[in-house]
Write a protein that binds this ligand. Structure first.
Ligand SMILES: C[S@@+](CC[C@H](N)C(=O)[O-])C[C@H]1O[C@@H](n2cnc3c(N)ncnc32)[C@H](O)[C@@H]1O
Length: 331
């Protein structure tokens, strides 16, 4: 349990507000509610409504506080955003669907989550609504499977050596967070700017929370929910996420992809409209106030058609990543 909840700084908040313009009212979906930084700001504008989702049940405490003041205009669901299409929206026109990916400062500071290499406890890493923990993965997967996870999700050059050392260590000892950090440090002796365990921890977190599958299914559902002029906004924090978002938005905003849409629609127009090719990044001022925002990239697009059915090759394009996440089914 987090006693003195550390505060999360909502990344690129001003930029998001200027894109979604809540001063005109309407309903918004905050897919990654966290401490409600975006939600609270949107609700300050009259005639707005927010439907918020978060997989972490602890964020419900923040939601309950907001509900006290905005009972009629705010609803929270402890759901994963891959379940977006389960929302009963009754044909409601959604002005924007917003994703602020990854984890919050509150979560990283929560020792029970084991997301940080400074945590002293179990290798957990579950953000919420998970089937297994990082400890399960480390103790039960085969060497080549661990190596693949580290190499692809962490881009870790020493993946093989680290996987081998884990297999050896786990024969006689339980691998805790600190044991894993020590093991990595033994292998990666060279001092780098980033902590030597950063890449392995990122890889395990992505795997445990199925972050790639979540993002892909979340994006597809979001575009289906939106109607014409609805906005899809995504803030990413690492290159794999950004690559997926960039590909998805770009492929649906180009004419060449329209041939994949179902018939009976305007075949000449793409589904999405993108105004900026380059991502929006935090200003120098924001970086000074909140250093974890340094890797944030915001991309957005506006739905330019009213139809719901469309085809995206996103699942095929990133099949190799989904297959790695699916190694978790046996855990
Ligand atoms: C970076 S924080 C969001 C912070 C929030 N924008 C704020 O201002 O307080 C990301 C949040 O998304 C949640 N999350 C991550 N993946 C999710 C998923 N697949 N479905 C639902 N929530 C998710 C995490 O539990 C975390 O609370």
């Amino acid at each position: 349990m987090v006693l003195d909840t550390p505060k999360h700084y909502p990344v690129l908040l001003n930029e998001i507000i200027s894109i979604i313009t809540p001063q005109h009212g309407g309903t918004f979906i905050d897919c990654t509610f966290g401490q409600g930084g975006y939600t609270k700001k949107i609700l300050r504008y009259k005639d707005t409504r927010v439907i918020a989702l978060d997989r972490d049940i602890l964020s419900k405490n923040n939601a309950d506080n907001i509900s006290k003041n905005f009972k009629e205009r705010f609803v929270f669901k402890n759901k994963k955003f891959s379940q977006l299409s389960d929302l009963k929206l009754k044909n409601e026109k959604i002005r924007a669907v917003i994703f602020d990916l990854g984890y919050s400062y509150t979560q990283i500071k929560d020792p029970s989550k084991g997301l940080s290499f400074n945590s002293s406890g179990d290798l957990n890493m579950r953000m919420g609504i998970n089937n297994f923990s990082a400890k399960d993965a480390i103790h039960k997967l085969e060497m080549h499977e661990l190596e693949k996870i580290f190499k692809v999700f962490g881009e870790e050059k020493e993946s093989k050596k680290i996987a081998k050392a884990i297999i050896k260590e786990r024969q006689s000892n339980e691998i805790t967070t600190q044991k894993l950090v020590e093991l990595i440090k033994r292998i990666k002796k060279k001092q780098n700017k980033i902590h030597s365990a950063t890449k392995i921890f990122q890889a395990l977190r992505i795997f445990v929370n199925k972050e790639i599958s979540e993002l892909i299914y979340g994006l597809i559902s979001a575009v289906k929910i939106l109607k014409k002029d609805g906005i899809l906004i995504v803030v990413t924090f690492h290159s794999i996420e950004d690559k997926i978002v960039k590909y998805f938005l770009k492929s649906l905003s180009e004419n060449k992809s329209v041939s994949r849409y179902l018939p009976k629609v305007d075949q000449s127009a793409p589904l999405l409209k993108m105004f900026k090719k380059k991502p929006i990044i935090p200003t120098q001022k924001e970086l000074e106030e909140n250093s974890p925002s340094r890797s944030a990239k915001l991309r957005y697009a506006i739905k330019d058609q009213d139809f719901y059915e469309f085809k995206s090759d996103l699942l095929d394009k990133f099949k190799h990543l989904i297959e790695i996440e699916n190694l978790g089914v046996k855990l």
